[in-house]
Design a protein around this ligand. Structure first.
Ligand SMILES: [Zn+2]
Length: 672
């Protein structure tokens, strides 16, 4: 999330975004200012003139522009290959994911709803004596109210995932009280800031992303409706969308395109969702107004023109494209989502599964080593969250197991370690530079974008473990959990110590025999043939890495399937510097702790990224090639994923996600 430079004393020093800068220095439309930029060949790497202020690239004019034609929304639903189970059907069992969920659940319970409502009530002219929140929620922050939307989604998701009645009550209370604010404001508008911010947006004056915040509240209302059954939330959402219709209808299409140069979250997606829920196409037509042609046109033509653009401004737009494809089967939107996915995952993703640097893409594709050398603020957590949502959508179209290779990489190496289990606080950037350390939000003085996606993320860890189709259950992740497949009167209980143990066990619980297929994902990283046994007897069924192993039979109560997934150490080098290498065991990225002493909270809490200047530069000599030869490494203990590197330098590698707050680490190593 791009923040203005006057926002927070603890803000990191780099922030002054390209578009905000332009708006502040004369309000000229971005496109016209950049139109003189020469087109840049996409395959040739070059360093931006000023990495701190990457140029937003217009690029070459496509020979045809699929999104320049007026869009007409016509519902024609896509038939997905696989469908997700609802969150209410899956429960996590003890393990690291349940621990993360519980830390977030406690955080959601601690939040005071009246404090979240304070700025909404003030804006609506209603009394409030609550103590204002700080950080991005403080009363003069232009993003105020965004966290309430995330919080509503987080409570609704957590209620679905756990049945926690306390969080349902808090969500219902928020909906009721926000409804009073909406009634008072009139015209359906609901926000914690006045319409003045939208006036400035229309005039292209300096403003901090009002539609971004509006989207969070609208999405929170839909989640409260769909997951908590709150009918009033749907009516509030419709009122909010009616106001958006009114506001956007007053603009010419050209004016609207300039408005879309300011970050607007997933306004297109949430309006498509509202259209699907209400069966009213007009909301989708309003969603179509949020089609940023300058971004979608090259994607539809499968051109990578991502260099220089702000990452998390654009991922939610692609999720909107994916949703519109699902509702209309319009291939233009499919191509946008598919091309974007491939560009980011194949050429712009670090070993951790995350993407972005300084919140943008600073280089041409496949220049990650160069990008890492430019800035240390890699891997914004919001980007990982949104890319995983996109992955989930794409998977339902194809059932391609490789999408879950990506998802799993992100889940274990980016997401799992970014929550502090002692308090539920989460990270902003997951920095990959050598000598970095994890920094976390403060309880009352952060409320960053990533704090918002964090309370959603860690409420829905159960949502992609299992999928289903007409024939059976797809098992994508190896996480201790229990699936209640009510439609088939079957429960499946998965128990595993994965990834510390390279296997998982599935137990079928059913009153009477049930015929269905069990489709087990065989990850691309397996180091040998995967195998299964059923009720202790080895099965001859096999499958290649990067596919599904399918067992179709009549299942009886107590049937047990054991899946073995051989794991090994392997190396992943940077595409533009083969000597810069990271080490993995199966899907798990390994890191080396650089110190035995943790840094104090004064360097950890409330910082979006580590301030490396406050510590001596790390002393990390290059790794000699024989030490980087993972065939020579020893496993430090039987039950943990710790490895020792033999030789004169005593190095130990551990799972990156086990590195705690304030511990300095190294991920990528120079190998000579
Ligand atoms: Zn963020």
């Amino acid at each position: 999330m791009k923040s203005p430079d006057n926002d927070s004393a603890r803000r990191q020093p780099f922030r002054f975004g390209r578009r905000l800068f332009l708006a502040a220095t004369g309000c000229a439309p971005v496109a016209s200012l950049l139109a003189a930029d020469p087109p840049r060949p996409v395959t040739q790497a070059s360093v931006p003139d000023d990495p701190a202020a990457p140029k937003e690239q217009v690029g070459t004019v496509p020979p045809s522009s699929p999104f320049d034609e007026p869009l007409i929304f016509a519902r024609k639903d896509l038939t997905p290959r696989v469908k997700p189970f609802s969150l209410t059907q899956v429960r996590l069992l003890p393990g690291p994911f349940l621990s993360a969920q519980e830390a977030n659940q406690a955080l959601l319970r601690r939040q005071d709803a009246d404090r979240l409502l304070h700025t909404f009530r003030i804006n609506a002219g209603l009394p409030s004596s609550a103590k204002p929140l700080g950080g991005w929620e403080k009363p003069d922050s232009e993003l105020r109210g965004h966290f309430a939307g995330h919080y509503l989604s987080g409570c609704a998701l957590m209620y679905a995932a756990t049945g926690d009645p306390q969080l349902k009550s808090k969500a219902d209370y928020l909906v009721t009280e926000l409804g009073k604010c909406q009634d008072r404001l009139g015209n359906g508008y609901l926000s914690a800031f006045p319409l003045l911010l939208f006036d400035r947006l229309r005039a292209r004056q300096r403003v901090w992303a009002p539609f971004y915040t509006y989207h969070k509240i609208l999405a929170g209302m839909l989640d409260a409706h769909q997951l908590c059954g709150n009918q009033a939330a749907l009516q509030i959402a419709r009122g909010m969308a009616d106001w958006v219709d009114h506001w956007t209808a007053a603009l010419t299409p050209e004016q609207m395109q300039t408005v879309l140069d300011e970050e607007f979250g997933g306004m297109n997606e949430v309006l498509y969702n509202l259209s699907a829920i209400t069966s009213l196409p007009r909301y989708a037509s309003v969603g179509d107004r949020f089609t940023k042609k300058r971004f979608f046109n090259p994607l539809a033509l499968r051109r990578d023109q991502l260099r220089g653009i702000h990452t998390n401004t654009h991922i939610p737009q692609v999720m909107g494209a994916a949703r519109r494809y699902e509702l209309t089967s319009d291939m233009r939107f499919h191509d946008v989502a598919d091309a974007f996915w491939r560009q980011v995952v194949d050429t712009r993703t670090y070993v951790s599964g995350g993407t972005s640097n300084n919140e943008g893409w600073l280089t041409e594709p496949n220049h990650l080593a160069q990008e890492l050398s430019l800035r240390r603020e890699t891997n914004e957590c919001c980007c990982a969250y949104n890319m995983m949502k996109l992955a989930r959508a794409l998977f339902t179209w194809s059932g391609d197991s490789r999408i879950f290779d990506y998802y799993e990489r992100n889940l274990y190496n980016h997401r799992l370690g970014t929550i502090d289990l002692t308090n539920g606080h989460t990270q902003y950037f997951l920095t990959l530079g050598a000598g970095s350390w994890r920094t976390f939000s403060a309880e009352e003085d952060s409320f960053w974008c990533c704090s918002g996606t964090g309370v959603e993320e860690f409420s829905k860890l159960a949502d992609s473990i299992y999928f289903h189709d007409g024939n059976g259950v797809w098992v994508n992740l190896f996480i201790p959990s229990e699936l209640e497949w009510e439609e088939r009167h079957v429960r499946i209980r998965q128990t595993t110590g994965f990834p510390a143990e390279a296997r998982t066990t599935l137990e079928i619980i059913t009153e009477s025999p049930q015929q269905f297929a069990l489709k087990l994902r065989i990850p691309s990283w397996v180091s040998g043939p995967a195998s299964i046994s059923i009720n202790g007897k080895a099965s001859e069924v096999s499958a290649d890495a990067g596919s599904y192993l399918v067992v179709h039979r009549s299942w009886r109560r107590g049937d047990r399937v054991e899946l073995s997934l051989p794991m090994g150490l392997h190396v992943e080098a940077m595409p533009d510097d083969p000597s810069l290498q990271a080490f993995l065991y199966g899907p798990v990225v390994l890191a080396s702790r650089l110190d035995t002493v943790k840094l104090p909270d004064s360097l950890v809490v409330g910082f979006q990224a580590p301030d490396l200047k406050k510590q001596p530069p790390p002393d990390i000599p290059p790794l000699r090639a024989e030490h980087a030869d993972v065939r020579r490494w020893d496993r430090a203990s039987r039950n943990a994923l710790d490895f020792e590197v033999p030789g004169d330098r005593r190095l130990t590698f551990v799972p990156f996600n086990s590195i705690g707050p304030g511990e300095r680490y190294s991920i990528y190593w120079k190998v000579v």
